[in-house]
Design a protein around this ligand. Sequence first.
Ligand code: PLP
Length: 384
Amino acid sequence: MQSRRVEHFVESVIRDMTRLALKHDAINLAQGFPDFSAPEELKRAAADAIMGDYNQYSITWGAKDLREEISRKAKEYNHITADPDSEVTVTCGSTEAMMASMLALVDAGDEVVIFEPFYENYGPDAAVSGAVPRFVPIGDDGSIDEDALVSAFGKRTKAIILNTPNNPAGKVFSRNELRLIADLCTDHDAIAVTDEIYEYILYDGREHTSIGSMDGMHDRTVTISGFSKTYSVTGWRIGYALAEKHLTSAIRKVHDFLTVGAPAPLQHACVTALRFPRSYYEELAGMYDRKRMMLYDALSAAGFECLMPEGAYYILTDIPEGTGMDDMAFAKYLVREAGFSAVPGSSFYNSKKGKHKLRFTFSKKDETLMAASERLARLHLPRD
Ligand code: PLP
C-alpha cells in the first residue's frame, strides 16, 4: 500500500533507540536533546507570548520581528546578508527547512553530494525528493579525500548537503575545505544546502565559517539553522532557512503547504533568544566542552576508541574488537545489559563502515553523564 517514495527508508533509528531506552529504563545517550532545563528567560518569554495572545497563525514564512532578528544575527555571526522580507523563512525546525529545501530545489534523478558519516535525516530527505545521493567519505582523522569530492561532482549534480559542525563525527569544516566546495558548486552550477544547527558549539578555539558568506556563494547557498541546540529547546520546533530570493520563494511554497507555519508564540519567544548576550554562547560552548571531556574519558577508559569531536555534542566510537556483534546488536546489548543507549553507526553511513561504529551524545546533565560513566566502568565487554 505504501508509495514507492517511502519504501526506500525506515523510521529513524535514533528516535527508535530513545524508545528502547525508555522501555529498559536506560540512560539515553542516543538522541541529541538536553535533559536539563532551557534558559529561564526563554521559558518566561514563551509563557508571556501565550498569555499575550500570540496564539494564531503567524505569517506563513515567519513572524516579522523574528525574521528581522534572524537577519541581524546572520549578518553579525554568519556574515551573510539576508533580507528579512524575501530571504528568510522560519520553519518547523531545521528538519523542515532541509526537507522543504530539497523538495523545492531538487528534481527526481538529480544528484546530491553528501558527506559520510551524515546526519540520519539526509537519507530520507534525498529519497523523498527523488535525489540520487553521491557519498563522499570523511576520514577517521576528519580529513576529506579531495579527489573523491571532485569526482562526486558531475553533470547531474544539483546540490551538496553540508553539515558543519558535523553530526555524528564532530568535524568542523575549515575555510580551505569550504572554499574547495564553493568552487565546485560554482563550476557545476550547484547549490550548497548547509545545516549549521551546531554553529555555536565549537571546541579548542575553532571558529564557525558559513559557506554562504564566501565569494560567489550568496546566490547559490541555502543556510539552515535553528533554535533547538543553541537554546536547548528541541521540542519547540523552530528553525529557519536563509537563501537568495528566488530560492527562498521556491522553499516558501513547499513550507506553506507542508506546515502553514511554525508555532507562533514560540517564534515570538525566539526573538528573546536572539538577543542573548555574547557571554551566553561562550558559556554554552564551555559547558559542552566540559561534558565532552567527561564522556570522552569514560568511553576511553571502558575500551572504546573515540574520535575527539571538534564541534557539536556527539562522540563517534568504534565498537571494541572481539565482541562478535554488529552495531545494532551491540547497541541493543548496551541498553539491556549495561543500562545506557547509543545509536548504531549504520544510521550515519551508506557504506558498511557504520556497522563497526556507535554514536553517543553528551548533551546531558553532569549527573546523567556521571551515572553513565559508572555504568561504563562496570561494563563487561562480551567476547565471542
Ligand atoms: N540537523 C542536525 C545535524 C541534527 O543533528 C539535528 C538534531 O539532532 C537536526 C538537524 C534537527 O534539528 P531541529 O530540531 O531544528 O529540527
